[in-house]
Design a protein around this ligand. Structure first.
Ligand code: SF4
Length: 236
């Protein structure tokens, strides 16, 4: 299994290459979100371990041409990227190989851990998930490992916001069960002050009904009134 593939189109960051520090099927994640594109099969865990070989990753990144290295490299993949305990090593190998922009997507569950924040230190853009405004919605939507609490996630995001030098962006998946908590989510966004907040809704292939584009745009207006810069999936 290749650790890097692409280019792929991302509505949030444009054309990018994907780096998968997990390379497992079924997924390895600390959450089991109701809308997960990988389905419910997999390991819900918080135990970090090496899942891809760093030398194999080095080989894969060295096969990118110099033009391809100017396209962002996004760490996402088959689960939660921060569960890879060699993530920092992989990021530094990509940097040494000459990749100009490194992006990491995370579900925010492990951001309260200093070693995870250290692994993300040299990343240019971190896109961190926050779907809920309280513990109840968090449990119902993200179905986390029992050791992960909502307050823990928020504390990790706050620490990340104050210590991370790159661009910290939020990703909110909006659906029927959390759209009524948007006012409270907006207040949390206001407090966290992310550089951009991305709003999306589950795709039709997931078990959750997507919201209409009209509802999504109205949700974006609410967040903008809180002073957030918002980008909506599918907005023309
Ligand atoms: S965090 Fe991502 S990979 Fe993990 S369950 Fe949720 S959607 Fe799936």
């Amino acid at each position: 299994m290749k650790t890097i593939y692409g280019p792929v189109a991302s509505w949030r960051i444009g054309e990018c290459f994907n780096a998968d520090p997990i390379c497992r099927s079924p997924k390895v994640c600390s959450f089991d979100c109701v809308y997960c594109k990988f389905g419910s099969a997999g390991f819900v865990s918080t135990k970090r371990c090496d899942m891809v070989d760093a030398e194999e990753f080095s080989d894969d990144v060295s096969h990118l041409t110099s033009q391809q290295k100017r396209i962002p490299l996004r760490f996402s993949g088959s689960g939660e990227p921060t569960m890879a305990s060699n993530l920092g090593d992989l990021v530094s190998k990509a940097r040494v190989a000459g990749v100009s922009t490194i992006v990491a997507v995370t579900n925010s569950s492990l951001l309260s851990m200093p070693d995870v924040r250290e692994d993300l230190r040299d990343v240019d853009v971190v896109i961190a998930k926050l779907d809920a405004a309280d513990e109840h919605d968090f449990q119902s939507i993200n179905r986390p490992h029992p050791s992960v609490t909502y307050s823990n996630v928020l504390a990790g995001l706050r620490t990340m916001r104050s210590s991370f030098k790159g661009s910290l962006r939020l990703q909110i998946m909006l659906m029927e069960r959390n759209r009524y908590g948007l006012e409270a989510l907006g207040e949390i966004c206001q407090d966290l002050s992310p550089d951009i907040t991305y709003l999306s809704t589950p795709t039709r292939s997931s078990s959750c009904e997507p919201l209409s584009h009209k509802v999504m745009l109205s949700a974006a207006r609410k967040l903008e009134r809180k002073g957030c810069r918002v980008s909506v999936e599918g907005k023309l």
